[in-house]
Every structure is written in C-alpha cells, then in structure tokens.
Design a protein around this ligand. Structure first.
Ligand code: ATP
Length: 429
C-alpha cells in the first residue's frame, strides 16, 4: 500500500489536494498519469456497459439538484451513518467502523451514536433561504430514475434496457480513509437496468456474473476477487438482494461495487412524489407495469486504486531490481513510449517521426533524457506496455526496437509496418 501511494505521488498519478496549503481534508488531485488511468478505467466500463450492447444508453445528469429528489429517494431521511464522539479526545468516528474504542486515544468513553446525514448541502442562487437549498448528489443513480420517462420516450427502448452514467458524487464521509478508497469527492460508474418484474432474479444473477468478469478480464487475479452476497439483515430498505464485488485490499477484502435488486422502489417513489407516471406500456400486450431495477454500482476512483495495487510488482532484470505496474494495456496511461537512444541530432527527428506515426493510434510518451536503461525502468514503473527505441541502425535500416514491459523481450520492426504491429500487440481494433 505504502509503495503504491509513494509511486502515485512520485510519478504523478495522484497528489494530495492543495498540498502547497498543507492539503485539504482527504481530497486528492489526479496528475498527468492518474487522469489517463482513471479515464481508461471509465472508458473500459463504458465500452463494456454501453458501447458493446444495444440495450444500454448513457446520460450525464446534473450534480446539483432539488431536495425533492432526495426526499423521494429516502436520502434525506436515511442516508446517514452512525456518528460517535470520543469524550476523551473529542475525535469523531463512524460507530460501525470502530470496535467500541476510540482509534485515536483508546478510550471507550464514547457518546451514544447519532444519525449523521452524509449529503453536502448548499444553496443555489444568491439568496440563502430555505427555498434555495440544493444538495450535491451522493450517488449518480437518481439521475437515471428521474430521466426514466425522457429516455424511454426518446430512445424507444423497452425493458429489459439500461441507463448508464459515469460522474462525480459527494458524501460527507465521517472518516475518509485508505488513500482514495473512501473520499468525500469521488467518481462512480452506475447503471440502472429496467426489467419486467418476473425477470428480475435472473437479471440480478446475470449482472453479478458480468460485473465480476469485468474486473477479472482487466487483469485482477480471480483469487483477489470475490462476490459476497448480503444476508437479509444487511439489505438496504429498498433492496431484495445485494451482492458486492470485493477486492483483496492490503487490509482485507473490501467493496469495489454493489449489485442490487432495487425492485420498483425508486420508480415507485419518484412517481408518487412527482405525480408523473414512471411505468412502461407494452403496446403488443396492452400491459402497463413499473419495471424492476437491477443496479450495478461501481466506484471509478476506488476501482482505479484496486487496479494499481493489483498491478504493482517487483522483479529482477539482468541482476537489477525493478518495480513495475503490470497494467492491462487497455488501462495503462501510456501504451507506447518512443525513446531515441540518445539526444543525437539525427536520432531525435527520426524518433519524432515515429511518435507522429503512433500518436493518432494511441496515447504515447516521448522521452529523450537519461540513459536508455533508466528510461526503460521509468516506463516499467508507470506501466507502459511497450517502448519503441530509435537507435543508430534505425537511420540505416528504418527499423526500430520494440521492447515489451513484462518480459523485456525485444523485437526489431520496420517503421513502415510499425503502426500495424503496435495495433495488433495492443489489441486495438
Ligand atoms: P460504503 O458502505 O463503503 O460506505 P456503499 O455501500 O454506501 O459504500 P454504494 O452506495 O453502493 O457504496 O456506492 C457504490 C460504489 O461507489 C461503492 O462500491 C464504491 O466503489 C463507490 N463509493 C461509495 N462511496 C465512496 C467513497 N466515499 N469514496 C470512494 N468511492 C466510493
């Protein structure tokens, strides 16, 4: 964990936010590499959930919205964690995450737990009166429910179909912790899948399997993943069944994603509160019904951290220790690094030619400083699957050396066929 956190800061994945002012309450900024990795995680999710299907469409809903949404969804009343104060040192804790004692000073003299609402409250417009109260969304899901009728009308989809969204959510967590695992500002990737009620159990099983497979296919070893079904006592008030995809974090198995059978709770609640009919009318059968919802809800920032932890490795190459990120090529920030062997006047222009050839295909890095061995190490450490080296022979034979990150195996490839070669090795269509 410490090695990954250090690597993130040293190489520019994730910086503590507002560091020059001493930081700000467990918020983080994504640096030049982090923004690429996080985008690749979200793109991989979007590709699998939206692009490769004809039954799911996307939306991007507002972050700020009316309290009426949160009243109907139950968040105003129920989106709380149990808060306790330590009477000795006055630290505050989430009661269900501590063992009856204050983790800071060890005292067991704690207040009774009280419900603390996790939503961030603000005011929309220049007047701070009750009518202007707004909340930052604590989940993206409600955007899909309130747009259900809009999407149905404009896309002419019929159940089973889904609405997907990726975006920021905000929760005033009592104790943010474990780097970006739990933060107050984070990103989610959620999909609401609307189904005819008799099909709900089947689709719940389907999405549990599909979502588990997504993490495995992107390189997390199966042994570090598990699907944990909630027992009855754990279920939220709206849920008929819930299962979490969990990853083996350094502190033990913990949640990456929750898959829930939310029944008709959300559409029903928004229907009653808004007075709009949120149902599906099947013209073929003349049947009218409120679809049930299966929701796979994942965290993009939390998942990115799991991919980093899972990819981190150390090994030895020709007697020298190195650390590397064995990231799947689809997730790696840079897919290819183009490296002229030296700063030589003739080599750099040819290397730039190679860079220009590959840039339209994929995200490339270009690095001319330091000895070539050190530049390879640097690319290994940030997870770049391939380095393309332009050397003096390249000037004669118009070929380059392609080096693979995990094995360090090298092959010589003519520049003319390089784009095709890289396309194939990166698995790009
Ligand atoms: P927890 O019990 O850990 O507070 P949750 O079960 O309330 O989380 P959900 O509401 O199901 O979480 O949110 C779906 C996903 O969003 C989670 O599986 C997680 O990946 C992500 N997520 C939720 N809260 C946070 C947070 N504070 N920071 C980072 N990611 C989060």
């Amino acid at each position: 964990m410490e090695q990954v956190v250090n690597l993130c800061k040293r190489r520019g994945f994730i910086f503590p936010s507002a560091e020059i002012y001493g930081g700000f309450r467990s918020t983080y900024d994504y640096g030049p590499l982090g923004v690429l990795l996080l985008r690749n995680v979200k793109d991989a999710w979007w590709r699998s959930m939206v692009q490769l299907r004809d039954d799911v469409v996307g939306i991007d809903a507002a972050i700020l919205s009316t309290p009426r949404i949160w009243e109907a969804s139950g968040h105003l009343a129920n989106f709380t964690d149990p808060l306790v104060d330590c009477k000795s040192c006055h630290e505050r804790w989430r009661a269900d995450k501590i063992d009856g004692k204050c983790p800071a000073c060890g005292s067991s003299d704690l207040t009774e737990a009280r419900a603390f609402n996790l939503m961030f409250k603000t005011h929309a417009g220049p007047v701070e009166d009750a009518g202007a109260v707004a909340y930052l969304r604590p989940e993206t899901a409600q955007g899909m429910f309130v747009n259900f009728a809009n999407v149905l009308r404009t896309t002419r989809k019929k159940p089973p179909f889904g609405i997907a969204q990726v975006g920021k959510s905000f929760r005033n967590e009592i104790t943010p912790q474990n780097f970006v695992f739990r933060t107050r500002e984070f990103e989610q990737m959620e999909m609401e899948y609307f189904v005819p009620p008799p099909e709900a159990d089947r689709w719940f099983e389907y999405w549990c399997e599909a979502r588990f497979a997504w993490y495995r296919d992107l390189g997390i070893p199966e042994g570090d993943l598990r699907l944990r079904h909630h027992d009855q006592s754990e279920l939220s008030h709206y849920s008929k069944a819930t299962a979490d995809v969990e990853f083996r974090f350094p502190w033990g198995f913990d949640e990456l994603e929750g898959i829930a059978n939310r029944t008709d709770f959300d559409l029903g609640a928004h229907s009653s509160a808004s007075g709009e009919r949120l149902e599906y009318f099947d013209q073929a059968t003349g049947e009218r019904y409120v679809p049930h919802v299966i929701e796979p809800a994942a965290g993009a920032t939390r998942t990115m951290m799991a991919f980093l932890i899972s990819a981190y490795a150390e090994d030895e190459v020709a007697g020298e220790r190195r650390s590397l990120l064995r990231l799947d090529a689809r997730l790696a920030p840079y897919k290819v690094a183009v490296l002229p062997l030296s700063k030589n006047e003739a080599l750099v222009p040819l290397a730039r030619e190679v860079l220009a050839l590959l840039q339209p295909l994929t995200m490339c890095d270009f690095d001319v400083t330091q000895a070539i061995g050190r530049r390879y190490r640097r690319q290994d450490e940030i997870g770049t699957p391939f380095c393309v080296t332009v050397d003096f022979d390249s000037l004669e034979d118009r070929s380059v050396t392609v080096r693979e990150r995990d094995t360090t195996a090298q092959v010589r490839v003519p520049i003319e066929g390089l784009r095709e070669h890289m396309r194939e090795r990166l698995g790009l269509c």
